[in-house]
Write a protein that binds this ligand. Structure first.
Ligand code: PNS
Length: 160
């Protein structure tokens, strides 16, 4: 069975990596789907995000993971992939409030579409891509939040 793990991944964090590893132990294939949102300014381009994820996955020697990007609606990407299941991580109630609405919209748009939620590892419950971007902008230490290869890419981007 396949599962889609969608997100912005700008950049991928240890929290995302933890969810990916756990999904890998439950499913035959994990399809990472990077949202290519033209309206949202991002730190890394979709191509850069894809390369960063590829490296982080190689670093951990994780198998049966494919990386795609999509624009538009997630349900349309899921239809193209012929997969009706996505997974999202929940760090707390704020994530839950946001995610439950998206999950309901998606299942209304695409009958039978399911979202499963994995509770974030408490060690990463405070980690976010936006937090990482902010620390990086001030040339701070991001090593506790991202993989070594991601840290390298961040330092290249911000010249430190
Ligand atoms: O990492 P993020 O930014 O929290 O991921 C959010 C994501 C990409 C899962 C969500 O924004 C999404 O699926 N966007 C695609 C547009 C879409 O399908 N919207 C319908 C639900 S309101």
């Amino acid at each position: 069975m396949k599962v889609i793990y969608p997100g912005s991944f700008d950049p991928i964090t240890q929290g995302h990596m933890d969810i990916i590893k756990r999904l890998r132990s439950m499913f035959d294939e994990v399809i990472i789907a990077i949202l290519n949102n033209e309206n949202k300014s991002s730190l890394f381009t979709v191509e850069e995000r894809k390369d960063i994820i590829e490296e982080a996955i190689e670093e951990e020697k994780l198998t049966n993971i494919t990386i795609h990007s999509f624009d538009g609606l997630l349900v349309n990407f899921a239809k193209d992939m012929d997969v009706k299941l996505i997974a999202r991580g929940l760090r707390g109630v704020t994530d839950y409030e946001y995610e439950k609405n998206i999950a309901r919209v998606n299942s209304t748009l695409y009958e039978g579409f399911e979202t499963i939620f994995l509770l974030s590892n408490p060690a990463y419950s405070f980690v976010s891509s936006s937090g990482v971007r902010e620390i990086a902008a001030f040339k701070g230490d991001v090593s506790a939040f991202v993989s070594p290869s991601v840290e390298k890419k961040i330092k290249e981007k911000f010249n430190y």
